[in-house]
Design a protein around this ligand. Structure first.
Ligand SMILES: C[S@@+](CC[C@H](N)C(=O)[O-])C[C@H]1O[C@@H](n2cnc3c(N)ncnc32)[C@H](O)[C@@H]1O
Length: 453
């Protein structure tokens, strides 16, 4: 029988952090995860809910404060779930990330002394993309971020991890949208038009790409049209590259639907990494922290120690950033990616940078590698958070590339996959990067070398 009741207040001390950056409190044999509670802090905690045997609590009052607690990087970091370490001093966030990597690598008996996380030069205002939600809640139109773990909306003025031009445009749009008569999506009744918006920014071209996400689009919709004509007035003062309407008519948790309508301008933003230029469309993946991404890619290339005769695979290549950066050093690089728009961008990007020794293929990486007869000299993998598919790992082992460079944003799935790859590969280098400052996430690049060549 549970002794903890929902709504009950308890007093406890934070003894650790969870893998998603929550404070861990042990109370009479129970584990409670508490958002924004820092190590060694003592607090009155209200039990909110229980999931998979773990209680989740909310701070009611802090009794003993950590000396690492700061006033916070913004007003809502305690609530929005974006920056769980928004009130922890930056050095300690790096320590958390290093420990997170070490805990995972300990599971495969790695030498932990070689694990470090490189700090970001700009831990604030770094994200090049912002996503805002619009919902009708109890009859009221609300705009902002989701409250952590819910579909409640928190009002947003400035997001301290999003680049400043995104914030400036957002503040203007917020006024226009709230002054307009457009209805907001209600996920209970499935009525309402506006679901949210996505804005991307390029620090290279200093342009913004704006996408309004709606449940339905009719070119005669007077409310939407009135809003669009107000937004059109911002075109030159905010350097808008294009205005896109994205239609998501499904009752799902995905932000973007599959259909884009370009109202004006172009569905492309020009970014740059090092001396290369990249076109990115509304739907294509681009690393959210451009400056740290550049460092990460150069570390990956340095570890690969490429030769001019090499045949290289960039698996999960997105818009081809890594493949294009690699191309000048090798004979040929092949990029494989499942999103067709991203491959269209990747091909454009190779042309834009005069890189004729690249080939980009739309395919599932597992399918692609399974049928590959050529052996690669080096394979870069940069999968989504869920890591590599077991069939992909089988093909990777069969390909026997002398070197694999594994880029990962989740140490748990990374180490799960490395455990299998270790039958044939030795882990030579592990380097963490603070790509997502003030969040619990850490990016990592690993160099794997084939044991018996
Ligand atoms: C973490 S991103 C890396 C993108 C790219 N390396 C970069 O840094 O810009 C992962 C990419 O894998 C793609 N992807 C996801 N599952 C895939 C699959 N099964 N086969 C091929 N690509 C996939 C996603 O669309 C996304 O572009």
């Amino acid at each position: 029988m549970d002794i903890l009741a929902l709504g009950q207040n308890i007093e406890g001390t934070c003894c650790d952090y969870s893998s998603d950056g929550k404070g861990v409190v042990k109370y009479q044999g129970y584990i409670i995860f508490v958002t924004n509670l820092l190590l060694n802090e003592e607090a009155v905690i209200q039990i909110k809910y229980k999931r998979a045997g773990i209680y989740y609590g909310e701070i009611q009052q802090i009794i003993v404060f950590s000396s690492d607690r700061t006033k916070g990087i913004c007003d809502i970091c305690a609530a929005c779930g974006g920056c769980c370490f928004g009130k922890l001093c930056y050095e300690k966030t790096l320590e958390y990330k290093e420990n997170k990597l070490k805990r995972n690598f300990k599971l495969i008996n790695e030498d932990l002394s070689k694990i470090h996380v490189q700090a970001s030069d700009e831990p604030l205002f770094y994200r090049n993309k912002i996503v805002i939600q619009a919902r009708t809640i109890q009859g009221k139109r609300m705009l902002g971020f989701f409250r952590e773990g819910s579909h409640e909306i928190i009002n947003l003025n400035t997001c301290s991890i999003s680049q400043k031009p995104l914030n400036f445009l957002w503040l203007e749009l917020k006024k226009l949208i709230l002054a307009s008569s457009i209805s907001f999506f209600d996920d209970k009744t499935f009525k309402g038009t506006l679901r949210g918006l996505q804005i991307k920014y390029s620090s290279y071209s200093q342009e913004l790409l704006l996408c309004l996400i709606v449940t339905k689009y009719q070119s005669s919709d007077p409310h939407l049209n009135a809003l669009i004509s107000e937004i059109n007035k911002l075109r030159s003062s905010f350097h808008l590259a294009g205005l896109i309407i994205n239609v998501n008519d499904l009752n799902n948790n995905l932000l973007l639907g599959s259909k884009d309508i370009l109202l004006w301008g172009r569905d492309l933003l020009r970014q740059n990494l090092s001396t290369l230029k990249f076109n990115i469309s509304n739907h294509s993946f681009f690393q959210v922290n451009t400056k740290v991404a550049e460092k990460l890619f150069f570390k990956a290339i340095e570890l690969a120690n490429l030769k001019s005769s090499d045949l290289v695979l960039d698996a999960f290549c997105g818009v081809g950033c890594l493949a294009c950066l690699v191309a000048p050093f090798v004979q040929k690089v092949i990029g494989v990616e499942i999103v067709e728009d991203a491959i269209i961008n990747a091909k454009d990007n190779a042309r834009l940078n005069n890189l004729a020794n690249t080939d980009f293929i739309v395919d599932d990486c597992t399918n692609y590698l399974e049928k590959q007869e050529a052996s690669f000299d080096c394979i870069f993998v940069d999968p989504p958070r869920k890591g590599l598919d077991s069939k992909f790992i089988t093909s990777l082992l069969a390909n026997k590339a002398p070197k694999i460079i594994y880029i990962s944003c989740d140490p748990a799935t990374l180490v799960r996959d490395l455990k299998i790859l270790q039958v044939s590969y030795e882990i030579k280098n592990i380097q963490g990067f603070d790509m997502f400052s003030y969040t619990s996430h850490v990016e990592c690049v690993c160099e794997l070398v084939l044991k018996d060549k």
